[in-house]
Design a binder for this molecule. Sequence first.
Ligand SMILES: NC(=O)c1ccc[n+]([C@@H]2O[C@H](COP(=O)([O-])OP(=O)(O)OC[C@H]3O[C@@H](n4cnc5c(N)ncnc54)[C@H](O)[C@@H]3O)[C@@H](O)[C@H]2O)c1
Length: 421
Amino acid sequence: MRPLNKIAVFGLGKLGACIAATLAARGFQVLGVDIDPEKVRRINAGEAPVEEPLLAETIRKGRGCLRATSDVNEARDTDASCYIPPSPSLLDGSFSTEFLLRAMQPMARAVRAAGNQGHIFVVNSTTTPGSMRGVILPMLEHETGWTCGREFGLCYNPEFIALGDVVRGLLEPDMVLIGESDANSGQRLADLYQRYNTNHPHVARMSLTSAELTKISVNSFITMKISFTNQLRLIAGKFPDANIHDMLAAIGCDSRIGSKYLRAGLSFGGPCFPRDNRLVSYVARRHGLEAPLAEATDRVNEATKHALAEQVAALVQPGDTVLLLGMAYRPHTYIVEESAGLYLAHHLKQRGCRVLVHDYQAKPENSPSLIEFENLDSPEALPKDARPKAVALCCPWPQYRDVVLPTGAQVIDPWGLRRDA
Ligand SMILES: NC(=O)c1ccc[n+]([C@@H]2O[C@H](COP(=O)([O-])OP(=O)(O)OC[C@H]3O[C@@H](n4cnc5c(N)ncnc54)[C@H](O)[C@@H]3O)[C@@H](O)[C@H]2O)c1
């Protein structure tokens, strides 16, 4: 069985750049392909094309094995090609395959022209279940004129990473998920992971559609756990002597439940959790079913954001100043998509408040939706004329534990970070 040594990585964004860099650092010959010339330039200059902890060091480590290009033809002789372009959500909750098709079609033609039989196409972007078998596979057979599972292979191989922890998450996953068109392709990809991972994860191999369903089910289950804690936090808040942190610490000790993602806090956000969970609802609806658990998870998440906004709004009047700490959807990333902080900032601004915001990474330069608020360089460096009536800790950056908060302000700390809240 021919090992996968030369790998093309299409899409050098937040996830793809880390996949390319970690593969190269582990000794694979990697060719990154992106339509964005700046990302290509940065990789070739040995620089990180996106902000992500450990990425720059990993690129430097793998530099002799990593190159990038915008020319698909340069990738035609590789053993496998991985695809990580965007797969944006459509209005009905399904994910678009448009970017995947645009990346894969020219490569399929190039592989065919090179007579590169045995090539494996690996999709890492999240897809709507059924797309691999119903859209991607027929397109590849059409463009190559070959039969999938015979002259080329197809795998679905999503990664379970969190932004801010992508490099470690790729190298040390709990589980590697492989959907395969045929056993030979799945085995070759599993062998690659044996040389790539620095731990010994469970490798779960299955059909293409089983893997597509499994990917979104993992995220849907995790978000269900988060919504459970948020629902419980709101209920416990009605009892003066109930402490949600004590309660969840005990509940998480039951090994049937487990303590991961069972921490009191705020809503989930970011580019994966909310939309993967909504995709579960879409898939159920599309097949004449309901997914009440996924829908309730989403509803509780929206209610959690709303409850926070109401809690803060009850403490202030129009014209008052509010300080929001933590705008990213989780610590160690700059992404603010669907974050609790962003929701609250909009809500308070609409109510006529002056909104000061701070985050250690999310800044107007990398997150344009923050431009409309007053962004602070330091959580302690307030404008001279600002006297916040309330401070809300929206994202649990550990540094917020010890910052000096403005005197006289009411502190809202859903994460239980501070002793003075
Ligand atoms: N970011 C995450 O946390 C995460 C986690 C799990 C899964 N995913 C999935 O990974 C995929 C990519 O996410 P991301 O956050 O890395 O996106 P991103 O927007 O940061 O990066 C996508 C990259 O693909 C490039 N691209 C677009 N069309 C291309 C083409 N035809 N050929 C080559 N390159 C092309 C873009 O220029 C960009 O550099 C999505 O499907 C997402 O659902 C992301």
